[in-house]
Design a binder for this molecule. Structure first.
Ligand SMILES: Cc1cc2nc3c(=O)[nH]c(=O)nc-3n(C[C@H](O)[C@H](O)[C@H](O)COP(=O)(O)OP(=O)(O)OC[C@H]3O[C@@H](n4cnc5c(N)ncnc54)[C@H](O)[C@@H]3O)c2cc1C
Length: 402
């Protein structure tokens, strides 16, 4: 980045940081203590404000109204937004919409873009991604039962999915379904199809209670059924049989964004932890931070968060310069490492706050509940550790792939 660009970007980051602190932190108490639905009008207003400040959809190219940022730049924005549970939603770069936009940008036909991408870009609608099935391991995404068979000019979808996040209130789903069960390549059996959620045969069975919360709207995880759910063949996204390959394409960038959001969570938790250690007094004039065990948590957390950030930015730079395939080991490494750092930092921050850490007076307990999932979705820790270890062992002349 040249000096002018770097200066402009630094300015952009500080504008975002200021907005988050001054205009979003004050919304957190309501977000944490009231039903999400009640907050939607306020959030809609705040989203308009983000648009008016010219900060909307930072991950999108400028011709789509975004900020046209590169992977490393957006990673740094994602960290700023991660400081609050509302950040990504208010800037229209929340999962699963951000991932769906990315896929639609590359693979949608002009008509699909008009019908599905543009409304998402404008923030008029939400979407969901429907791949995982209760009967099959999500960690092996090539194995699923949901099928889409051709009938006349349509696909007829039948299947059972769960953890279709944000399905409630969404306008459409991108669904992974088997279109060629006989294909010799397990990676070419499934396709991605766009299903408007008002299509007959699409049914939300329930919002699953996750860590004690059923959630609603954007903050929900649905179990869904596709029962003779018929969509026109033109709703196929990309070539038939390319569902898995399309999903793979966005794994690298998606993980950079998640990991930097987690670094943002870590920094906020660290700030809350240090603030509490400095001001909570064990007895008059004796701050909590005077205790060695607390100091060790502060020092360890500082080192781990800084290491995590550098690893993620390094991986983003490698993806940009050498491509996703070359960076595969790094991508898996950051996925489990940064999720682990986040867990340690959140746990320490909760502990330092004592009973206050378990309340919803700070975002710590919310993150402690919600971010446990980070070690499971987008590939469980164990799968990523295996990818890293196998890649390392290959350099020693051993192939331990199963
Ligand atoms: C909050 C949340 C949101 C989600 N959102 C979505 C969504 O929007 N759309 C969607 O389609 N899916 C979504 N998912 C599903 C997610 O992708 C899967 O949970 C994930 O892929 C793991 O699959 P699984 O739960 O079936 O676990 P399984 O694959 O059954 O694995 C269970 C456990 O076995 C172990 N394990 C698995 N494989 C191996 C291995 N090779 N070696 C060693 N140990 C292993 C791991 O410890 C793992 O946690 C979401 C999940 C969560 C928790």
């Amino acid at each position: 980045m040249n000096q002018d660009k770097e200066n402009n970007f630094t300015l952009l980051l500080s504008r975002i940081r200021q907005f988050i602190r001054e205009e979003v932190f004050p919304l957190e108490r309501d977000f944490l203590n009231r039903p999400f639905r009640e907050l939607l009008p306020t959030l809609a207003e705040k989203r308009e404000r983000v648009k008016s400040l010219g900060l909307w959809a930072p991950q999108l190219p400028s011709e789509y109204g975004g900020l046209g940022l590169g992977l490393i730049e957006f990673a740094r924005v994602s960290e700023e937004l991660g400081a609050t549970p509302l950040g990504h939603y208010l800037f229209n770069c929340q999962a699963p919409d951000a991932g769906n936009m990315e896929v639609l940008l590359v693979h949608a036909t002009p008509e699909q873009k008009e019908l599905y991408l543009w409304p998402l870009v404008r923030g008029d609608v939400r979407s969901c991604f429907s791949m995982t099935e209760p009967e099959h391991p999500g960690s092996n995404p090539t194995w699923m039962s949901t099928s889409a068979s051709k009938d006349g000019g349509d696909y007829v979808i039948n299947g059972h999915k769960w953890f279709t996040s944000s399905a409630e209130g969404a306008a459409f789903a991108i669904v992974m379904a088997v279109t060629d069960a006989e294909s010799k390549s397990a990676h070419k059996r499934a396709s991605q199809l766009i299903v408007p959620l008002d299509t007959r045969g699409f049914r939300i069975v329930r919002n699953i209670s996750v860590m004690g919360e059923e959630g609603s709207d954007y903050a929900s995880h649905a179990e869904v059924r596709y029962e003779d759910c018929r969509v026109p063949q033109k709703n196929l996204l990309g070539p038939e049989g390319h569902g898995f390959l399309i999903a793979q394409e966005r794994l690298g960038p998606g993980r950079i964004q998640h990991c930097m959001r987690w670094v943002g969570i870590c920094e906020r938790a660290f700030d809350l932890m240090c603030g509490h250690a400095a001001h909570r007094q064990l007895s008059p004039g004796v701050p909590l931070g005077s205790r060695q065990s607390i100091q060790a948590w502060i020092a360890e957390s500082r080192a781990e968060i800084s290491a995590a950030r550098l690893l993620v930015l390094n991986t983003a730079a490698r993806i940009e310069s050498e491509g996703q395939t070359a960076a595969r080991e790094d991508i898996s490494l950051i996925k489990f490492f940064v999720a682990g750092v986040m867990h340690k930092v959140l746990d320490r921050a909760v502990q330092v706050h004592g009973a206050l850490g378990l309340t919803d007076d700070t975002p710590l307990a919310y993150w402690y509940r919600h971010e446990r999932a980070a070690r499971i979705y987008d590939g469980p820790d164990e799968v990523h550790k295996a990818v890293v270890a196998r890649s390392v062992l290959r350099k020693y002349g051993v192939d331990v792939s199963i």
